[in-house]
Design a protein around this ligand. Structure first.
Ligand SMILES: *Cc1c(COP(=O)(O)O)cnc(C)c1O
Length: 476
C-alpha cells in the first residue's frame, strides 16, 4: 500500500515550486511592488536556502510544517528581503558625533536655497552650457566664476568635482614633467588616501621636498630652485598642527621668492574659508582672499568644507593660469554637473550678504550656535531617551567639545553639550546601545568614548525629527 502521509514523504517534497508560488496572490502583490524578476530571484533564493537547511538535516519540513506553512514563510521572508533591498541604501542620518563637517557623514548640510536650486534644475533641462541671451553655446563656469572672483579677489576661477581633483589638475597643468617645491612639513595625508606625494606622481610632476618636518625656511626653497622648477606650493596642514619649535614660510614669503623667477605659487587651502571667522567668535583661519592678496597665483579649496556647500573643488587665481587649466583635457573628466552647479551658485550668492550668513548658511549656524541653545537641545533629547531606555542605563548631560571637522582648524574645538548614556550593569553593552541608535529608521550617530555614548547636541536642531526617531527605540 502506498503511504502518502507527510512523515514518510521526502522532506524536499514539502517545498513549493516557484511556479506555484508565482500564482499566489500575495506574491502577485510583491510583483506589483518590486517587479517580476526580482521577486522570482528572491523566491528561488529562499527555496534554495530551505533546501540547504533540509540537506543539512534541519527539521524544516517535518509534520508540523505543512506545505502551506512553508509557503507562508517563504513569502513573508521574501517580502522582508525585497523591502530591505528596495529601500534606499544612502539615507539621512542625525549626526551627533560632534564633528560638524564629517567626511564619512557627507560633510556640509546644504542651505535651503541650494536645495531649492538643485530641485529646480534636476527634473528637466537647464542652461548648463547655453547662453540664453544669444542662443549660442555658453560656458559651464559662467554660472559661478564671477562670484568666486568677487569673494576671493582672484582674476579668474573655475570649479571641478572636488578639491583633490582641483589639486591634481592644477599640478598637471602647471608642472607636468617638471618640479614642484613643497615643505616636508606640508606633505600631508588626509582621509580617503589623499597623499600629496601620490597626487604629485599622478599629476606627472616631480615633488621636491625641502626643509624638515617642523622647520622650513626661505633659503630651503631658494636652494631647491632649478631649471626644472615649475611652481612653489603651500599645502594647508589640514589635520595636524606642529606645536613647539616650528617654522614655515608664508604665502607672501613664497611669492617673494617665486616672483623673481616668474614662477607661480600654488596654495592648496583645503577648507575654503571666505569669512573672518574670529568676528563670529570662532578660531581664526586664513581666508581665500588673504592668500590671493599675499600673492598666491592659484588657490584651491573644497566646496563642502567650511564653505558650506556641495562637494566640489574651487580653483581661483591668475587668468592666464585658469585659462591653461581649462584647456587641460582632464578638465572634461572632472567637470560639475547641473545639480552641483546650481547648489554652488546659490551658496556663493549667500556670501554676498554676509550679515545674514549665520542664519542662511547651516554650517555657520551650527558652528556659532549659542551654548544655552545647545544645552536646551540636550535637555530635550535626554527626556526622549529617558522615555525609552531600559533600566541599567543612565542618561546625563555633560559639557563637551565639538570639532569643525574635515581638516578645518584641527586642534581647535568649540564648547558644546552632550547627552551621555552609560551602562550601570553588565547586562548590556554600550556598543549595543550605539548599534540600536544606528538602526533606528532615522539613524542617530553618536561617539563612543570609554564605556559611554556621547550625543553632542550642537547639530541637533530638528527636535521633532529626533523625538520621532527615538520614540521607535525597540522596547525589548
Ligand atoms: C580636504 C583637503 C583636500 C581634498 O579635498 P576634497 O574636497 O576632500 O577632495 C585637499 N587638500 C587639503 C589641504 C585638504 O584639507
Amino acid at each position: 500500500m502506498k503511504n502518502d502521509s507527510c512523515q514518510s514523504r521526502s522532506p524536499f517534497a514539502t517545498l513549493p515550486s516557484v511556479d506555484v508560488l508565482l500564482r499566489d496572490e500575495r506574491v502577485g502583490r510583491l510583483i506589483t511592488d518590486f517587479g517580476k524578476d526580482s521577486v522570482k530571484q528572491t523566491l528561488v533564493h529562499q527555496i534554495d536556502q530551505l533546501r540547504h537547511a533540509i540537506a543539512n538535516g534541519e527539521s524544516i519540513a517535518d509534520a508540523q510544517n505543512t506545505r502551506a506553512q512553508i509557503t507562508d514563510r517563504i513569502i513573508s521572508q521574501s517580502e522582508s528581503v525585497l523591502t530591505e533591498q528596495f529601500s534606499a541604501s544612502i539615507r539621512p542620518i542625525i549626526n551627533l558625533t560632534g564633528i560638524i563637517l564629517h567626511t564619512n557623514l557627507g560633510r556640509a548640510p546644504y542651505p535651503q536655497v541650494a536645495i531649492d536650486a538643485m530641485v529646480s534644475v534636476s527634473s528637466g533641462a537647464a542652461n548648463v552650457e547655453y547662453n540664453l541671451n544669444n542662443g549660442k553655446r555658453g560656458k559651464r563656469d559662467d554660472h559661478i566664476a564671477r562670484w568666486i572672483c568677487e569673494l576671493t579677489g582672484a582674476e579668474a576661477a573655475t570649479a571641478v568635482n572636488n578639491n583633490a581633483a582641483a589639486v591634481l589638475i592644477v599640478l598637471n597643468t602647471l608642472a607636468e614633467k617638471r618640479e614642484v617645491i613643497v615643505s616636508r612639513g606640508e606633505l600631508i595625508e588626509i582621509g580617503g588616501s589623499f597623499r600629496m606625494p601620490d597626487i604629485m606622481q599622478k599629476a606627472r610632476c616631480k615633488l621636491v621636498e625641502v626643509g624638515t618636518t617642523n622647520r622650513t625656511h626661505d633659503y630651503d626653497y631658494i636652494n631647491a630652485l632649478a631649471k626644472k622648477t615649475a611652481a612653489l606650493m603651500k599645502v594647508h596642514t589640514s589635520n595636524f598642527e606642529i606645536a613647539g619649535f616650528g617654522h614655515s614660510v608664508s604665502v607672501a614669503g613664497l611669492a617673494a621668492i617665486a616672483r623673481e623667477r616668474n614662477l607661480p605659487v600654488i596654495d592648496d587651502m583645503g577648507s575654503g574659508n571666505l569669512l573672518n571667522l574670529e568676528s563670529y567668535g570662532l578660531p581664526a583661519e586664513r581666508t581665500a582672499r588673504q592668500s590671493i592678496e599675499e600673492g598666491a597665483d592659484i588657490i584651491t579649496f573644497s566646496g563642502d568644507k567650511l564653505l558650506g556647500g556641495p562637494q566640489c573643488g574651487l580653483i581661483a587665481g591668475r587668468k592666464h593660469l585658469i585659462d591653461q587649466i581649462n584647456r587641460n583635457p582632464l578638465k572634461r573628466t572632472m567637470r560639475l554637473d547641473k545639480v552641483t552647479l546650481a547648489a554652488l551658485e546659490a551658496v556663493l550668492k549667500l556670501y554676498r550678504k554676509p550679515e545674514s550668513l549665520t542664519a542662511t548658511l547651516p554650517v555657520l549656524a551650527l558652528l556659532t550656535r549659542a551654548p544655552e541653545e545647545i544645552k536646551a537641545s540636550a535637555e530635550a533629547l535626554a527626556i526622549y531617551f529617558k522615555r525609552v531606555l531600559r533600566q541599567g542605563l543612565s542618561v546625563s548631560i555633560k559639557a563637551c567639545e565639538s570639532q569643525i571637522g574635515s581638516g578645518a582648524l584641527p586642534t581647535k574645538t568649540i564648547p558644546s553639550f552632550a547627552v551621555v548614556i552609560e551602562c550601570n550593569d553588565s547586562t548590556q553593552s554600550i556598543e549595543s546601545i550605539a548599534g540600536i541608535a544606528r538602526s533606528l529608521p532615522h539613524p542617530i550617530v553618536g561617539r563612543l568614548s570609554r564605556n559611554s555614548l556621547w550625543f553632542d547636541c550642537r547639530a541637533l536642531t530638528d527636535h521633532a525629527a529626533i523625538e520621532a526617531s527615538v520614540s521607535q527605540w525597540p522596547s525589548i
